[in-house]
Structures are given as structure tokens and as C-alpha cells.
Design a protein around this ligand. Structure first.
Ligand SMILES: Cc1cc2nc3c(=O)[nH]c(=O)nc-3n(C[C@H](O)[C@H](O)[C@H](O)COP(=O)(O)OP(=O)(O)OC[C@H]3O[C@@H](n4cnc5c(N)ncnc54)[C@H](O)[C@@H]3O)c2cc1C
Length: 443
């Protein structure tokens, strides 16, 4: 692999992919460093996207493929940046790649190893609602289509190695360190959710029929774990489903570290989207959205919200104090009705979907001296005038790494970050100088 590049993009979600494509299309060489075994980020796990209701994987997969096949883009999966140091005008970037225990160049993605593996464990990509083998291709349209071995659950029975037609299994693979020189770095490491933090109050991860928004995305996806929406506890079609808004956002009452005071920006819209999709797939289901206020601020969003109301989805202005488990593993919501003098009542439902708060996915200040805001997201040089520049010249930020946002805003910001990075590379003449040096070296 070429260890000198123009730009390193940290994170291969939709924002990172767009940054890489926009830079590569301008003639710059880009390396995407992605910690997971596939690029695609959260978007590739979504069912459909608001406000257009496009199939998410239908519009995300072509971007993944475009990046994977671009002659100027190199993708390093299972990889994390360990250090970024300024050396003159460029950066020295140290990348650690975890072993897949499968030789990437030899694996042809035939999945024969997976079919031979006797081990079954919960599948993270399916929100732990489905199962995978100990050796597996991360998901159907993963990129690269290369298997990886989960050594924690492997019994080392050797079935995968015997089944592999290309001798790609390598139980002895070691982590690899790559030292890379780059003229610019773009942080696109995305977001995480407060799902585990609010488990005590809302039962997420504890009560079988209390799911997170991302788990509901998988249930609604046509190729999801059950192929349709069923209750995880008993496989029954739910009669009533509740969505709990701000389950960890805009909440000052949660103990420190359990919730966030800000609005997570996408939850109202994705809950409305999921409610509409649910009503389409289970027309008899009774759907209630418990909310404080609906923030439908983007283009076409208000109409989307009004369409949901017209479809018969119930919107109840209430705060949910806690969720406990009642009869038949039904979640019971203790709600306080905001519009009816704060009346408190218990409402049982067959299934509940939480919309947890959005927090930063990674703290890059551990490896790059960028400034982090009190909310944990990367601070821009200027929130209004330079939202994609960090306070470190040559380091840029894109997508949800700088704060919660939806896909269209992440894409727009990625384009802007790529332009800022391109300007920086041209200004410092890093890219042209390195090509001249390479050509001179080659002569
Ligand atoms: C339930 C749910 C439904 C949603 N539905 C919609 C919708 O319908 N429409 C819409 O517009 N938006 C929706 N969103 C928001 C959407 O998911 C985000 O806008 C989008 O995914 C942001 O992309 P991103 O690239 O910034 O972040 P991510 O998708 O989080 O990608 C970040 C990438 O960086 C990688 N990464 C993280 N840390 C590191 C590291 N240290 N080193 C290397 N790689 C790293 C991650 O593995 C990931 O691949 C939804 C969100 C949720 C939670």
C-alpha cells in the first residue's frame, strides 16, 4: 500500500465516503480509515430514509461501491488512527489494523466458511435481534465482501479453514501498524447513542420488547432479522406500538452521563418515518408517539409530519417518566400528559421504540489536538463561518462528528469539508510537491 497520501479520512460512514469521493474526483489520493469491518456507517443499517422514503441501502450502497472502486481511494477497515503528528506542513498518521484472521486479498466473499461454522451468536448489525456465525461477512452488501473471524466466540474447530476454497483463513494473523504521511486529515467519525445509559429508566437492552430506533430500523428493513416486525419476546405481531421521544435528549433530570441536554435533531423525523413504515407493513397496528414537541424543521418535513397524522398515527404530548415490564412482557409506560394538567397514568403497549440521545462517536482529541466542545463533539473554527474547519490547520470535520444532523446535512457538510481540504492541499502545494518528488524518485 502507498503510505503517502493527500488526505486521510477517519470514518467510512456516509459523511466520510462523500468527503473521500469529492476529494478523489478532484484528483487527490485519499485513505479512508474505518474501525468497523465494512464502510457504510449507520446509514447502511437504516430501512428507508426521511423525508423521501428512499430505500437506504439502495442509495447508500452505490456510494460505498463508488468509494471502494475509485482508483484514488484506499479503504482500510478494522482500522483506527492511533496518532496524528504534525511534521512541517504535513501529518504523520499512525494506523492500527486489527486482524480479521482472514486474508483480505484471498477471500472471495463466497461465505462457505460461514455456512460451515457451527457457532451462533447475536448479530450486532441486526441490533442483536438476529444471529450470525463466529466467522461471517458483516452483512449482505458489506464492503469489502470479506469475512472476519470473531475470535472471542470461535471454538477453533477448523470447519471454516476446511471449507475455504482459497485458503484465506489465517488463525495466526497479527495486528498491523501502518505509518502514513498525509497533507490533510478529515474527522468523520460519526455519532453514538445513549441507549445503554438510559436502561434503568426506560428499560432499553433490559426489557425484551423495548427497542431502540436503530433496532426498529432493522425490523423494518426488508432483509432484516425477522423479515417483518415481530415482538422479540414471543415472535408475535404487536397490536400496539409506542414511540418514546427524547428518551435521553433534552433531559436535565437524568443523572449525569445518562442523558444529554440538547436536541438530537433527527429523532422526531425518524420516529415519524418508522411509524409510517410500520403502519404500512402492519395496517392494523395502533401506533402512539409520545413527544414534548415535534421538531420538523427541514424541507418537506412538516408535510411529512402532517401526512403521518392523516394516516391515523396518534401523537400524545407527554413525558415518559419510566418504563417497567407488565403482563406478557408488555412494557408499561408511566406518562405525564403535558396538555392535561400533568395527569399521570400508566399505558401498556406491546412494543416500545426509544429514541436515545445522540452523542459523539469518538473523541479525536486523544490522537489529534482538535478542540472538543462541552457536548463532546468536535469544535469548528467558527460555528457560522467555518463549520468544517477545526482549529488545527489541515484538520477538518464532516457529518455528525461535529454534532447531530441528518443525512442531507451530513452530505452537504462533507462536500464543504472536502472543498476546505482541497483548498488547504492546494495552498500548501502538498499534493503537487509530493507528485513531483515521486516522479523524480521514479526517474
Ligand atoms: C434510528 C435512526 C434513524 C435515522 N434515520 C434517518 C433518516 O431516515 N434520514 C436521515 O437523513 N437521517 C437519519 N438518521 C441520521 C443518520 O444516521 C446520520 O445523519 C448519518 O448516519 C450520519 O453519518 P456520519 O457519516 O456522520 O456518521 P456515522 O453513520 O456514525 O458514520 C461514522 C463512521 O465512522 C466510524 N468510526 C467511528 N469512530 C471511528 C474511529 N475512531 N476510527 C475509524 N472509524 C471510526 C464508524 O464506524 C462509522 O462507520 C437516523 C439516525 C438514527 C439513530
Amino acid at each position: 500500500m502507498n503510505t503517502i497520501t493527500d488526505a486521510v479520512v477517519i470514518g467510512g460512514g456516509i459523511a466520510g465516503l462523500q468527503v473521500a469521493l469529492d476529494l478523489a474526483d478532484q484528483g487527490f489520493d485519499v485513505v479512508i480509515v474505518e474501525k468497523e469491518p465494512s464502510i457504510g456507517g449507520k446509514m447502511i443499517s437504516l430501512s428507508k430514509v426521511f423525508p423521501t422514503l428512499d430505500c437506504s441501502s439502495c442509495i447508500c450502497t452505490p456510494r460505498m461501491a463508488a468509494a471502494a472502486h475509485h482508483e484514488r481511494i484506499t479503504i482500510m477497515t478494522c482500522s483506527e488512527v492511533q496518532a496524528v503528528q504534525r511534521v512541517g506542513e504535513h501529518f504523520s498518521v499512525t494506523i492500527r489494523t486489527r486482524p480479521r484472521y482472514v486474508i483480505e486479498s484471498a477471500c472471495i466473499g463466497c461465505r462457505k466458511c460461514e455456512y460451515a461454522c457451527p457457532v451462533l451468536v447475536p448479530h450486532e448489525f441486526e441490533g442483536n435481534l438476529g444471529a450470525r456465525r463466529a466467522i461471517y461477512v458483516p452483512f449482505t452488501n458489506a464492503m469489502p465482501q470479506v469475512a472476519l473471524l470473531d475470535v472471542e466466540n470461535c471454538t477453533f474447530c477448523g470447519a471454516c479453514a476446511r471449507a475455504c476454497p482459497t485458503d484465506a483463513i489465517d488463525y495466526l494473523q497479527e495486528p498491523a501498524i501502518t505509518e502514513m504521511e498525509a497533507g490533510a486529515v478529515v474527522v468523520a467519525s460519526g455519532y453514538a447513542l445513549t441507549e445503554t445509559q438510559t436502561a434503568d429508566r426506560y428499560g432499553g437492552g433490559k426489557l425484551a420488547n423495548v427497542l431502540t430506533g436503530l433496532q426498529m430500523e432493522r425490523l423494518l428493513a426488508p432483509h432484516g432479522p425477522y423479515g417483518r416486525v415481530l415482538r422479540p419476546s414471543d415472535g408475535r405481531i404487536p397490536d400496539t406500538v409506542a414511540f418514546v421521544q427524547c428518551a435521553g435528549s433534552r433531559d436535565h433530570s437524568l443523572p449525569e452521563g445518562q442523558g444529554v441536554p440538547w436536541c438530537s435533531r433527527v429523532c422526531c423525523m425518524y420516529a415519524i418515518k418508522q411509524a409510517m413504515l410500520l403502519s404500512g407493513s402492519l395496517p392494523l397496528v395502533d401506533i402512539t408517539i409520545y413527544y414534548m414537541d415535534i421538531r420538523a424543521f427541514g424541507k418537506g418535513f412538516e408535510q411529512f409530519y402532517q401526512n403521518a397524522r392523516a394516516m391515523g398515527i396518534n401523537f400524545v404530548k407527554a413525558r415518559v417518566a419510566r418504563i417497567t415490564e407488565g403482563e406478557n412482557a408488555n412494557p408499561v409506560l408511566r406518562i405525564e400528559r403535558i396538555e392535561e394538567d400533568g395527569r399521570v397514568e400508566d399505558q401498556p403497549h406491546d412494543m416500545v421504540v426509544l429514541t436515545p440521545g445522540i452523542v459523539a462517536g469518538w473523541d479525536p482529541s486523544s490522537v489529534i489536538p482538535v478542540q472538543i466542545g462541552s457536548d463532546g463533539f468536535v469544535l469548528s473554527e467558527h460555528a457560522s463561518l467555518a463549520p468544517c474547519r477545526t482549529r488545527v490547520p489541515g484538520v477538518f470535520v464532516a457529518g455528525t462528528a461535529s454534532g447531530p444532523k441528518d443525512i442531507p446535512d451530513s452530505i452537504v457538510e462533507a462536500g464543504a469539508a472536502a472543498m476546505e481540504a482541497a483548498n488547504h492541499l492546494r495552498r500548501t502545494a502538498y499534493a503537487s510537491r509530493r507528485r513531483t518528488e515521486a516522479e523524480a524518485g521514479g526517474r
